[in-house]
Write a new protein. Sequence first.
Lengths: 402, 345
Amino acid sequence: MNPEPVSATGVSTVVPSPSGAVPPAPSPTSSVGEPQPTGTEPPRFSGLRGLARWEVALFATFVVVFIVGRVLSPEFLTNYNFFNMGLSNGELAIMALPMTLIVVTGEIDLSVSSTLGLGSSLLGLLWMHGWPMPAIIIVVLICGAFLGAFNGFLVTRVGLPSIAVTIGTMLLYAGIAEILLGSNIISDFPATYTNLGVYGVPGIGLSYSTVIFFVLAVIFGVVLHFTPFGRSLFAMGANQEAAIFSGLRVKRTKMILYIVSGIVCSGAGILYTFRLSTAEYDNGTGLVLSVVAIVLLGGVSIFGGKGSIVGVVFAVLIYSGLLDMLLLTGFPQQASGIVIGGLLLLSVLVPSVPEFQARLRAGRHRLRRQGHEGAIVHSRPVAQPLATSDGGGKDGQGGPSI
Amino acid sequence: MSSQDTALVQATGSPQRLVDMVFRLREYGIIVVLIVFIAVTTGIQPRFIGQQNIKFVLLNATIYALLALGETMVVVSRQMDLSVGSVLGLSAYVSSNLFGQVHGIPIPVVFLVGIGIGLVCGIVNGAITAFARVPGLVVTLATLYIIRGVDISIIGGGEVAASSLPAHFSAIGSDSVVGVPYVTICVAVVIAIGTYSLRSFRPGRELYAIGSNPDAARLVGIPIARRVFSAYVTSGAIAGLAGVIWASYYGTVDSTAGTGYELTVVTAVVVGGVAIFGGSGSATGAAFGALLLSTIATALYALGVSPFWDPAFNGLLLVLAITLDRGIALRLAEVMRKRTFRHEP
């Protein structure tokens, strides 16, 4: 492919053509200001209306969860319980925010819980060596930035698939935490700090981690939805090549996101340590699965290019509400995975129902031409020639296909 | 299709051989690393290649290698199965619990029950992934939770005690011939068969095709959904089988059996040379990956390094392996491009 003529015209042909590959929907006017749906799958929720529908569904679920919770247990809707709910899920919720941004760009970071654990271990280790707490906190956050930068380096500069990289660094960081602390358990933190972990913010009645989550959620929400930077994330997730050709600095942006994720997660590690008053090497193990579950439940597409912070916030509320409800009703806490997993499964199954019905209706012949792109992680637009022959009329306005 | 294939092979004859060679080298590379590792460790601590230790390493690697066979099938087709650890746990508990509940139950029936449990889990994973077209990573992340949750609800706080298992059953996991456990030999045979069928039979080769280019695979008429479905079902059944073996080896089964295995298995598969986005690698390579991981774990112990270093090593190995693969792929692409230019008139 010739690099020169692509720069300006290439983009305009690349972006609309995938949407030409799907059943010919008379393009609604609302899709103008909205980020284009991913190039590799039909725009199930293209346009503001579609996006809103998912959030409305989440909101309805949220209301149902809280009503059912109230019916099952009179303690559910009390200030004390809200405090507890926020306290026990605060770190998880905080980690979901940078994860949202990363998944929107089509990548993933599975090392978040290990970053939390390493942050916690480092905190404990330095405290054991008599460092002053403010210095420790700064060092831990810087260390988190480096951990994120290492992920970002491998993903953007070396060009490795983020899922493999972060499975590797998940093991690596957890391993380093283990090396740092070994079997030591450090729990002699001063009450000034551990109080931050267990008491509420004065006058608000919510834990510090909850308040930090909401503040960060507003910041991340504004950045994702109302800044050029945030919108560029959607562009990258929707079509990476197009984003590169339109001059977005994809590598640098992803690098920034991984660094932010590292900082935020090590910060969550500090909160986690203060909440439990304990620094142990396996702090936070396994939280990553819950974080991913929350982000996907929040309507963020695993393929990138779609999602909103509002959805993720509702997902956090649903998640903590459900877990708390199970706790209050005496459901075995360990088995709550059934509920979380079921929720995750539902959140990916429900959006694919219309598509599934459409496929059933279209029959076998059409099915073969339409393709199996939904289930494939990094599908390249190879089938473009086929798509153009499918909807030739649409192609006329975009110029010749590449 | 076959005539096109032969034409393709003729046109690109030498680069094809080159690719084959490089991938085979990648597999041998693991074996070389393994040998070097064993040699160095033995040099420092001669007891490392003692009878008892070899048996321990092999037994440990056997379960991972078996799981890696199923995982290879799934990963080769550009999917992932994260539920293997949970399936193993459920199968291990339910199957070994049968000995206490049904007096004198024949051991083959127990194996069948274990495999059956795995089959059911695999069918659920496969059906949702292949027919509802949801990415397998997400589906199996969910079923990882769900199956573990089911496991915990069945078990509660209890466990199967080693003493409740019949001696014949426990012998499966411990008896050996000339220092090599029977299970390891059986699993090695299964892996050999698996590797051969993946490489030489049509459904196997089609998995590679799906993984290396899904769109092209669809265009040549490969039934993608059916193939991906059967890969998941096979992986589930294998995890179920591994669960029974796990139970016979460890004896005591509680609700944490197999927790976190999925990550080790994925690591083993990737370290063993299977590309994480599908299309290349073999089950033999994955098995050697598993062997390497468990050798390292034991070697660290033998060398007096704290076992705390083990996860960090695994992670580092995984990152190194994918970096190496990336380097090879880039280099290979460059060589192939040069060759293509040279062949042009």
